[in-house]
Design a protein around this ligand. Structure first.
Ligand code: CUK
Ligand code: CUA
Length: 660
């Protein structure tokens, strides 16, 4: 770790030594003069060279951290190496994606599970990825992500980085406060968003207070099966405030979840009738409510059967929650957005978009306020409101538009400031105070970012053991940072070096994101991930993560006709498919199985059929089954769509559909 003083006094010699060390790894050394000349010619400063040396990744070297970023409107997840900020791949989730063969022959059933009443929803607005945790620490096994537009949650297996499941919330129409996991990934949490009558039922907005409701859904995760266990999942009914971001307690707050809200005013808008628009009505009150939910108690209530089935889903109603002491509110200023639990679980940090402070609640105080019934009243639905002063630990003035907070290993907290376009570093007080030079609960420094930061992500910065080192600001606008590719500009992920303490927190890299508008990302130590580079056996079905007994094998390739059904058993290996001629009759049903029988790393084959909208990606060992009706007579050259070998163009065959 270099202190701020070291960097401040950094000499050219030191900088250049670092730059040269990084740039010439394993090759002959360049002279200092060369680097100086390059720096001069390109107008690079000391700080630029240092930033380059910190982020440059020589060919063949691998990043220390892996960032899983939401893909925003792309409906995907992006996997990015850090600190190089190189995009390693996208993971298709809610949106069909041809390179991965997702939704063009494979994945349709997973995608269809997210349909509503049989109507396809083939895009997603992914917001908050959540890595699975063991004892509050990332374990590198699973990744979850929500879709805000249609209230869906997806499960991604980090053995092959592929989506395995999509569940559609039967109650809420949109979601926002998710996904977040409980400390052992017992549950994946999906907070709702805009209050509605549940299940897309109709009710006029004049009946808002009676008929519109909020929710939080506790999706039970079955690690063994690698799936959300819908049967053992449940929801809690909440008042029609717009539940927003959420987080799960850990250690001192284990067993609790926290949800922000806005619109405790229950404003219903109506700008066209000269009523206050939502933006005014929703922000009228000085405070909204932090929801505090005892999920372990709620689980017991659910298991005891004290639920109502609504839209076929078990719901703990508001009345039951109040009677059983599951749900408490406490005021939070002002137009709240982020809620983030500190590493030891002792403090809960809430940001109000229209309040220059972050507000810190003490879990210990919350628990004793619940025990001693220190209520300042009840809301309109009878939910007890914990007295604000009784649960408040501190407020720290940071700047304009605080949104989201992450944590470092050293008692530092970091908060994004949307209106200031800055990231603030401040100190957690209480038990953290001893390890830091600054007094408790103090703003230390701010680093400007470009521009309009939303979330931030620190390396393992929302776990029980944050790593520090790096912070990424997920900036909504990039304005003048990049070449403008038309009026739709990329977003900007800015990498910030947080290794030094105190006021030193430089931006060291800009990464344009030109595919959707990502929100949040989680950053895990790369060595915690253990992905397969080839599937464990030939004939592997990624959906079941097991060998498929029906998978075509070498020397057993064949075509079988059973009535009007034609079954194809095909293998793929550099550089041919076998069989190469498939002749069927118009109207035949085709069940086409293909196995990539390669064992070499990266020996991927595609399988694309024109006019039938089929494209697969077959990774080494993978088997796939596609089914379609040969409803279009003609001659269709199918081919391998990955440039796999010198004779890749020859890796093709003919599907001949004879007219009836
Ligand atoms: S929200 Cu985007 S900046 Cu959807 Cu997590 Cu706060
Ligand atoms: Cu196989 Cu190209």
């Amino acid at each position: 770790m270099s202190g701020p003083a070291t960097i401040g006094r950094c000499t050219w010699a030191l900088l250049l030594a670092i730059a040269i060390g990084a740039a010439t790894h394993g090759t002959h050394a360049q002279s200092i003069t060369d680097v100086q000349n390059v720096a001069k010619a390109r107008g690079l400063t000391n700080a630029d060279l240092l930033a380059a040396a910190k982020t440059f990744m020589p060919s063949g070297q691998k990043d220390e951290y892996i960032m899983f970023s939401s893909g925003g409107h792309s409906g995907q997840v992006f996997v990015i190496g850090m600190p190089s900020m190189r995009l390693l791949r996208s993971i298709a989730v809610f949106t069909p994606e041809p390179w991965q063969g997702w939704g063009y022959g494979v994945g349709e059933e997973v995608l269809a599970a997210g349909d509503v009443a049989g109507k396809p929803n083939r895009w997603g607005d992914t917001h908050h990825p959540a890595l699975s945790e063991t004892k509050g620490d990332y374990d590198g096994q699973w990744l979850f992500i929500n879709d805000k537009i249609n209230a869906r949650v997806a499960v991604i297996d980090l053995r092959d980085f592929e989506t395995k499941q999509i569940v559609k919330n039967p109650l809420t129409i949109s979601d926002h406060g998710g996904t977040f996991v409980t400390p052992d990934t017992e549950y994946v949490i999906e907070g709702g968003q805009y209050a509605t009558p549940w299940g897309a039922d109709y009710a006029p907005i004049s009946e808002y207070k009676e008929k519109y409701r909020g929710s939080v859904t506790m999706w039970k995760f079955n690690r063994k099966k690698g799936r959300i266990d819908i049967e053992n999942s449940f929801a809690l009914q909440l008042p029609p405030y717009w539940q927003d971001l959420s987080d799960a307690g850990k250690l001192a707050s284990d067993g609790y979840i926290f949800l922000n809200s806005l619109n405790s005013e229950m404003a219903t808008g109506g700008i066209q009738d000269k009523k206050p628009p939502f933006e005014a009505g929703v922000s009228r009150n000085a405070t909204d409510y932090l929801h505090i939910i005892d999920w372990k108690k709620a689980e017991k209530v659910f298991k005891a059967g004290k639920v109502e089935k609504i839209k076929g889903f078990p719901v703990i109603t508001l009345d039951t929650s109040i009677a059983e002491g599951l749900l408490y509110l406490t005021p939070e200023p002002r137009s709240p957005h982020g809620v983030d639990v500190a590493p030891r679980g002792d403090f809960i940090v809430v940001s109000g978009k229209l309040d220059p402070h972050v507000t810190i609640y003490s879990m210990q105080k919350i628990k004793s306020a619940i025990a001693s019934k220190k209520f300042s009243g009840k809301d309109d639905f009878g939910v007890p409101i914990l007295d604000f002063d009784a649960v408040l630990e501190a407020q720290v003035e940071l700047g304009l538009g605080p949104l989201h907070t992450q944590f470092g290993p050293d008692g530092y907290a970091y908060t994004s400031l949307f209106l200031d376009s800055a990231v603030a570093r401040w100190t957690l007080g209480g038990t953290y105070g001893s390890g830091t030079p600054e007094p408790d609960w103090t703003l230390v420094t701010k680093t400007p970012v470009h521009y309009n930061v939303g979330h931030i992500g620190c390396a393992e910065g929302d776990t029980v053991s944050p790593d520090g080192k790096y912070l990424v600001a997920f900036n909504k606008w990039s304005v003048d940072r990049f070449f403008p590719p038309g009026p739709l500009l990329p977003q900007n992920f800015q990498l910030i070096d947080i290794t030094a303490s105190g006021a030193t927190m430089p931006v060291i890299y800009d990464m344009p994101i030109g595919v959707g508008e990502p929100h949040y990302a989680q950053i895990i130590k790369a060595d915690k991930l253990n992905p397969w580079t080839v599937y464990p056996g030939i004939g592997w079905d990624p959906h079941t993560q097991s060998l498929d007994p029906w998978a075509p094998k070498a020397k057993m390739e064949r075509i079988e006709r059973k009535g009007d059904t034609v079954e194809v058993y095909m293998t793929a290996i550099r550089s041919h498919f076998n069989p190469e001629h498939i002749t069927v009759k118009e109207g035949d049903k085709i069940v086409w199985r293909i196995t990539n029988i390669e064992r070499a790393i990266d020996a991927v084959h595609g399988f694309a059929v024109p006019q039938y909208n089929i494209n697969l990606s077959l990774e080494p060992g993978e088997t796939a089954k596609i089914e379609f009706v040969a409803d279009r007579p003609g001659t269709f050259p199918f081919y391998c769509s990955e440039f796999c070998s010198a004779l890749h163009l020859e890796m093709m065959g003919y599907l001949m559909v004879e007219p009836r």
